[in-house]
Design a protein around this ligand. Sequence first.
Ligand SMILES: *Cc1c(COP(=O)(O)O)cnc(C)c1O
Length: 358
Amino acid sequence: MSDIRIPIYDPRPEIEALWDEIHAAIDRVLRSGRFILGPEVEAFEREVAEYLGVKYAIGVNSGTDALVIALRALGIGPGDQVITTPFTFFATAEAISLVGAQPVFVDIDPVTFNIDPARIPAAITPRTKAILPVHLYGHAADMDPILEIAREHGLKVLEDVAQAFGGAYKGRKLGSLGDAAAFSFFPTKNLGGFGDGGLIATNDPQVADLARMLRAHGARRKYYNEMLGYNSRLDALQAAVLRVKLKHVDEWNRRRREVAARYQKALGKLEGVILPREMSYAYHVYHQYTVRILHGRREEVRRRLTEAGIGTMVYYPVPLHRLPVYAWPEGSLLHAERAAREVLSLPMGGKLAIISGR
Ligand SMILES: *Cc1c(COP(=O)(O)O)cnc(C)c1O
């Protein structure tokens, strides 16, 4: 295998651009001696809440924990059903299962790869408690019809914004539209830390209060535990680094959009390739630039790009309903299954050099 000269994502250029500022932030934390939660995390939570336009932000250990804790804070538990997309990272459905509820998969819109709101009503049962849309690849799910269906049926809406920090729906920041939202700061996300990290956003004071308790062993006050929770707190070092990067995430998302426009221009006329589209309601932040390769030629295209030194990834090769833990029959969600066979993500990043050319 030849060397990959252009990886699918490289976190280093963004770090290098802010080297001194990041070192100063780390230095500040080391000197403070406070490594878990504390003033650095509180400042980050305030800044993210302000950025998103929400009342509360609660830093946790990972995006997965943000989903689990948000679900529990919304009152979802054993016996409940949560409607979600099968075309996402495993953690979305895993979180639903981990709180004892059951994910009910609804097929995707083949254009946006996100849950198709028109198919949601048919999946609602007396046990349905929530809808969990994912803003996949940085593109908003179609939130208005989702919120309307939720209102009609008395359901909660939890947004999975792990891939869409800074993205928007009709001018409103993703993560500010539902009853709660879960973010991830995994190093490859649009806002990435130097390890695991996550955050819950909400406007509901009760959800915020419960989420704060759940992340710290179910206690408001240390040693006065009121319920079973988790050890899921955000580290001060992560918060300090993320505070520096937060100031640049809009600029990096703009660069991602420039790279996407460049791809669009360069690849627009290729036969057998379908390029991503940005719906009029969305501000796409291109966590991934994901094309479809038709006619069963994806693996061939992948191999040839690898030979040319260009990294690619398939997000995701198996839709969640086809994984052994869920094992829905083949053919039950055709759009998701087809997407899993055709998608290919190309190099993307907030500091990816735009190669000049035609
Ligand atoms: C990354 C991701 C998660 C999980 O986040 P972690 O921080 O890795 O736990 C959840 N949902 C989606 C859609 C993701 O891409």
